[in-house]
Ligand binder design. Structure first.
Ligand code: SAH
Ligand code: DHB
Ligand code: MG
Length: 224
């Protein structure tokens, strides 16, 4: 369900605090023309990710789940000139659309878009000693969220921010008996975060153009 009031308030927020954005509008148009599913973060959420990355002083950002690069562009805008963002996408068509959007947004040189299964690419990054990243946004296939969290921690340093999208699913997260692997993946993520003494975390519920959902926010600290 999307309550019309939620979308009206999202429009109000965007009109006052975000404003017109031809680059992001054209990215969404290219996504639609390319037949990509409209499951990007909203403008208000994208701006929130952007601000969180700036607050964290992020110079190296890792994103799992690029889709058409909408969230990638918001995050890349938080980087200093010498900053870098690695984003991982399984679907070659999504990646092709994203590559165009990221280039039109002016971030071709700063964004390293890698195509393949995130688990394999993350394992290769860990083996190659890549990182540490300052900020990680996890927004790919939800059943793998525990494995993504563990890989994100391996590629992080004390102080790294880790954000996970879609952790509420219209309250579906409460359904312990769900046969939806996305719900089970999200519930397993909460268990894994709760059991990881190095993470200090919360989750924030959101409503708006993307229905009722939420973000998990965590900061990595020293082992307790
Ligand atoms: N972050 C984007 C939305 C991502 S949607 C935004 O807000 O703009 C989720 C994306 O994860 C999809 O493009 C999907 O193809 C990708 N994905 C699914 N399984 C994956 C996997 N195993 N590895 C990498 N990406 C995956
Ligand atoms: C879906 C995935 C997302 O990352 C999202 O933000 C919304 C929906 C999905 O797979 O349905
Ligand atoms: Mg998402």
């Amino acid at each position: 369900m999307i309550d019309p009031v939620w979308t009206d308030v999202d429009d109000y927020i965007a009109a006052h605090l975000i404003g017109a954005d031809a680059v992001l509008d054209s990215a969404l148009a290219a996504n639609e023309a390319g037949g990509l599913p409209p499951i990007d973060v909203s403008a208000a959420q994208g701006k929130m990710l952007h601000l969180l990355a700036r607050m964290a002083g992020a110079r190296h950002i890792l994103e799992l789940g690029t889709l058409g690069g909408y969230s990638t562009i918001w995050l890349a805008r938080a980087l200093p000139e010498d900053g870098r963002l690695v984003t991982i996408e399984l679907d070659p068509h999504h990646a092709e659309v994203a590559r165009g959007n990221i280039a039109r947004a002016g971030f071709a040189a700063q964004v390293d878009l890698r195509v393949g299964p995130a688990l394999d690419l993350l394992d290769a990054m860990i083996a190659a000693g890549e990182g540490p990243f300052d900020f990680v946004f996890i927004d790919a296939d939800k059943p793998n969220n525990v494995a993504y969290l563990k890989a994100a921690i391996a590629l992080s340093r004390p102080g790294t921010t880790i954000i996970v999208d879609n952790v509420v699913r219209e309250g579906g997260v409460l359904d312990a008996a769900s046969d939806d692997p996305r719900i089970q993946g999200t519930r397993a993520l909460f268990e894994a975060v709760a059991a990881e003494p190095r993470l200090s975390a919360t989750a924030v519920q959101t409503v708006g153009a993307k229905k009722w959902d939420g973000f998990l926010l965590a900061v990595l600290g020293a082992a307790a």
